[in-house]
Design a protein around this ligand. Structure first.
Ligand code: ZN
Length: 182
């Protein structure tokens, strides 16, 4: 079972690597890692399990956050009381983005950033992500709002980008009036 301490902290330079595309079939160790990532993200969003296993809550994780520079990511999106939609996508690409921009009112979070960061992270309100499932079948996911932000956040990880990079250093609230908060 994955623990919070297994997740790389932002000080770790590996988080800055540009991850490499995967080929199919995926290696067994990658499939095993995907299972661990999904398990962690799910358990971390169930209060009593998060407490029991001391898991910091998160809805998304990219392989590089475990030190593996491969282009796959997982998102476990809570859609109801302990009810989740699980996404696993390999070699993902953003193929459509809305003009409308949004940001998380309370600030974005990341399992690799262990401090409070304030400021606006501009994100597209709606995105289409295309890539492959774990078996190498082509998939297309349309996401909006919180889920769209999660995909953009995790896709950034594959290119070595952290959400903190997207906050304007001089004016962390730049563009606030041009964007909708969620
Ligand atoms: Zn992150």
């Amino acid at each position: 079972m994955l623990k919070t301490k297994n997740i790389l902290d932002e000080k770790d330079k590996r988080l800055r690597l540009v991850s490499k595309e995967v080929t199919f079939p995926l290696e067994k160790k990658d499939l095993d890692m995907i299972d661990l990532m999904v398990e962690y993200l799910t358990n971390s969003q169930i209060d009593d399990l998060a407490e029991k296993y001391d898991l910091r809550p998160g809805m998304g994780m990219a392989a590089i956050q475990l030190g593996v520079a491969k282009r796959f990511l997982t998102i476990v999106h809570e859609i109801g009381e302990e009810e989740f939609d699980t996404y696993v996508i390999c070699n993902p690409k953003l193929t459509r983005t809305s003009e409308e921009m949004i940001y998380v009112e309370d600030g974005e979070g990341c399992l690799s950033v262990n401090r409070d960061v304030t400021g606006i992270v501009p994100r597209h309100a709606r995105v289409t992500v295309e890539g492959y499932d774990v078996n190498g079948n082509k998939i297309k996911i349309r996401a909006r709002e919180e889920l769209a932000i999660a995909f953009q956040h995790e896709l950034d990880h594959l290119d070595g980008i952290l959400f903190t990079d997207r906050i304007d250093k001089k004016n962390p609230y730049k563009g606030k009036d041009q964007m909708r908060s969620i």
